[in-house]
Design a protein around this ligand. Sequence first.
Ligand code: PHB
Length: 394
Amino acid sequence: MNNKKKICQSVLPATIAACMIAMSSGSMAADSDPIKVGVMLPFSGVYAGLGESTRNGLKQALKEKGNTIAGRAVEFIEMDTEAKPARAPEITSSLVDNQKADFVIGPVHSGVAMGMIKTIKGKDSIMIIPNAGANAATGAFCQPNVFRTSFSSWQTAFPMGKEAYDMGYKKIVTMSWNYGFGKESLEAFNESFSKAGGEVIKEMLVPFPKTEFQSYLTEIASIKPDAVFVFFAGGGAVKFVKDYDAMGLKGKIPLLGSGFLTEGTTTAQGPAAEGVMTTLHYADALDIPKNKSFRQDYETLYGKPADLFAVQGYDAGQLIVDAVTATNGNTADKAALIQQMGKLEIDSPRGAFHFSKAHNPIQTIYLRKVVDGQNTVVKTSYAGLEDPARGCKL
Ligand code: PHB
């Protein structure tokens, strides 16, 4: 309960009128209204599966609290970004300026994230990114009112460069969709791979969201690198891993990736995914009590296994719950909320994490391998990896 409420409950009759005036203005009125949560995710297109998992996880965290925080109901306003950067400013503005959302959760796609950040800068809403990894979101474009419960591009690909070299691969072909996140992933992989002594002999970029991979795979077969490192996700990851197998490359040229390649996709990929090795801040089979209970509840609620995107959405929900609980339900004072958010430790299924000064998770990255359709942990690749937050002045 905030200070004004306490005053109202203890007033003498002579001051009741003044108290009622205070209640009808500003934050008091807002504190009895539902907490408004705008949700900007791809519910159609190549990232639709990621959007659905994220929303499921977000709602699971709120359901655990009976959909109320500190006595206030939570209202969701959902918008389909279609993973199209051009849609970001208009949708963000409608949630922030018209709907006066307290929080805006989204997006999945890095290009959409950059459009959202530019629009939400200096506004009275707090953005929580449950996926998009654009380094600048918690780097050169970091903002007090922007938090991320997922990762930076750098965090998910940098560890794999060293791992690949240690596995004995010296010459590698890299490949991804041709947009911010993909290019940053390849850059981060190359940073640690070349520092270790390896060489990226060819980088291939495919227009987003195209999934015609045959000509690229034919070229890889003729180059014969020691291994291939890629970023693809969602429907594109399913298609790529299946094509890699169908073109006869599996078993001949090891396939590596940042973990999105096998997140929420292994059922559709089937045997083609077996043995694929990736780095990520999560694995289905992580032996952490919170992960087990989270996955069990998710399966009961939605009838399918959870994946990383569900975890990140769940943690965005937990961040809202914990922060608004800490301010006793007051969402009007955004500076106070932001201060609480920066101090929280999130009890995540991936393992507890807290935020860097730039508002990005400091977290452990695992080397994983697909075994019987599950992302299993081979080893810890980096404990407590913090993004360098290049250019952030927070
Ligand atoms: C991104 O655009 O930042 C992005 C999209 C899908 C992923 C990971 C990152 O699986």
